[in-house]
Design a protein around this ligand. Structure first.
Ligand SMILES: O=c1ccn([C@@H]2O[C@H](COP(=O)(O)OP(=O)(O)O[C@H]3O[C@H](CO)[C@@H](O)[C@H](O)[C@H]3O)[C@@H](O)[C@H]2O)c(=O)[nH]1
Length: 470
């Protein structure tokens, strides 16, 4: 762009439409809808394209318009079985229906003109569609910049022999990416490891080909990783997070939830002592064995701390819900434990009774914990969670990682270290410091607020570029 867009011009251009396309998984839907709300509040109209699988409820968003694509996903290829096979499949089968839907929107003169497409980094096929239809594409990356740095190093990691991971090397440091060890690399079990490599490379390369990346993170947290990555990818970056804090926590900001929030947690928390409760949740995708489930249950019980535990239906292999627990397990604890299927997590973390979060370190959970100043027990399961957990425990010093597997004695010890010991006090202090930074970055002169202003200008400049080339 060879000219400045002034604020008057920007004002006139309000009413431009943005087309957003989320990856249909809870941890990706939430930030995409938060972003939609943020950009809507800045004057853009919003159209959400979504799949039939995990489709959102449009009635929760009367201010957006919705278009559905029929992606025809085979019943046996749902995400629970093999996440990477699922993601590869989505990238393979969504191309045509997505293209038709976007072309239709672009030719619709009854709506405002489309300024750009914003799609999830993992839906990398959308870059080719955007190129073909000559619409700018911006990428939303729902994970951290630090883990994306590692993804962008996959070719190097393979060349140096770190990938595929050898069990004998798990504890070895990765000298090129301190303080990561081989066991912190963001991998996941999949039927064909080559699929994982291809998905990661597709995601990184097509982000590089985009018109810019929007990050749910902030400079003060991930400045170093953002700078390294920015240099490597060479596209404009907009770290405008934490998204969910741009709006007050109300039911309307959590209505992108695919499961119903059990509000009984809040009245139960109201009865507990300040900072006494450990909140336990492993997000929307992770699963554990029955043995691990029982070790967690006994570790929690033996820690003697009150606990609020989200046991999502499907969390425990081979069980519908909490059947493996011994009869009367909760009753014998005299009200010290409360189990729900799905919690209003942001409200829970903001509750004064919550003093710790035992998490799988999905990026949303990690960020939500930081924003409420709640120190973490880290139990990463797969992909970026492993990198996030390492950063939480070793770089930011705001949590303790369960390093020795899931064993009740170890769990009890770690919870006590975090919730009652001196160690925990130091961690809590660092966490409060970071919480403050997460608030400041959204203030008028804060880094995320400024990045958001730049993003709005950038989107408008993209539009003027496409108009020039037409
Ligand atoms: O009882 C619950 C548990 C979770 N949540 C919400 O669900 C989201 C979960 O997201 P996240 O913590 O990121 O976990 P996953 O669902 O596992 O997220 C996927 O997407 C993330 C973002 O890309 C990645 O970091 C993870 O590795 C990936 O598994 C968060 O917003 C939570 O607030 C609830 O509302 N209620």
């Amino acid at each position: 762009m060879d000219r400045q867009i002034n604020s008057v011009e920007m004002e006139q251009r309000k009413g431009r439409r943005l087309v957003l396309f989320p990856l249909p998984l809870q941890g990706h839907i939430n930030p995409m809808f938060d972003l939609a709300n943020i950009l809507h509040s800045r004057g853009f109209s919003i159209t959400i394209i979504h799949t039939t699988f995990n489709s959102p409820n449009p009635s929760n968003y009367p201010h957006f318009t919705f278009r559905i694509i029929s992606e025809d996903l085979p019943e046996n290829n749902r995400c629970t079985k093999d996440l990477i096979a699922f993601v590869s499949m989505l990238n393979a089968i969504c191309g045509l229906p997505f293209r038709d839907c976007l072309a239709d929107l672009l030719s619709d003169t009854s709506e405002e003109p489309i300024a750009c497409l914003i799609s999830d980094a993992i839906l990398y096929f959308t870059q080719d569609v955007a190129n073909e239809l000559k619409v700018p594409r911006m990428v939303l990356r729902t994970g951290a910049a630090s883990s994306f740095c590692v993804f962008s190093s996959f070719p190097l990691l393979r060349e140096k022999g770190y990938l595929p991971i050898q069990d004998s090397q798990l504890e070895e440091p990765i000298v090129e990416l301190p303080p990561l060890r081989v066991k912190d690399l963001p991998v996941i079990h999949t039927n064909d490891p080559e699929d994982l490599y291809n998905v990661v490379v597709g995601m990184v390369e097509q982000s590089k080909a985009s018109n810019g990346m929007i990050w749910n993170t902030f400079e003060e947290l991930e400045g170093t990783s953002l700078a390294t990555l920015h240099q490597k990818l060479g596209v404009p970056f907009f770290p405008i997070g934490p998204f969910h804090k741009c709006f007050a926590v109300t039911s309307s900001t959590t209505s992108s939830s695919l499961l119903t929030h059990d509000q009984s947690c809040i009245s139960w928390l109201d009865k507990q002592d300040p900072k006494s409760v450990i909140y336990v949740s492993f997000g929307s995708l992770a699963s554990i064995s029955e043995t691990q489930f029982l070790e967690i249950a006994w570790g929690l019980a033996n820690s003697n701390q009150p606990f609020l535990w989200v046991v999502r239906p499907g969390l425990v292999h081979g069980s519908n819900w909490v059947e493996p627990l011994p009869n009367g397990f909760l009753e014998t604890l005299g009200g010290k434990g409360h189990i729900v299927k799905w919690a209003p997590q942001q409200q829970v973390l903001a509750h004064p009774s919550v003093g710790g979060f035992w998490t799988h370190n999905g990026w949303n959970s990690t960020l939500e914990s930081i924003c409420e100043g709640v120190p973490m027990v880290c139990m990463p399961c797969f992909t970026d969670q492993k990198v996030n957990a390492r950063y939480v425990s070793e770089v930011w010093g705001i949590g303790l990682q369960l390093e020795k597997g899931l064993e009740r004695g170890e769990i009890e010890k770690t919870i006590k270290r975090l919730m009652v010991d001196k160690d925990g006090e130091n961690i809590r202090e660092r966490m409060l410091n970071l919480k403050e930074k997460s608030n400041l970055c959204l203030s008028e002169s804060g880094s995320s607020k400024q990045a958001l202003d730049s993003l709005v200008y950038h989107i408008l400049s993209l539009e003027s570029l496409t108009f020039h080339t037409h």
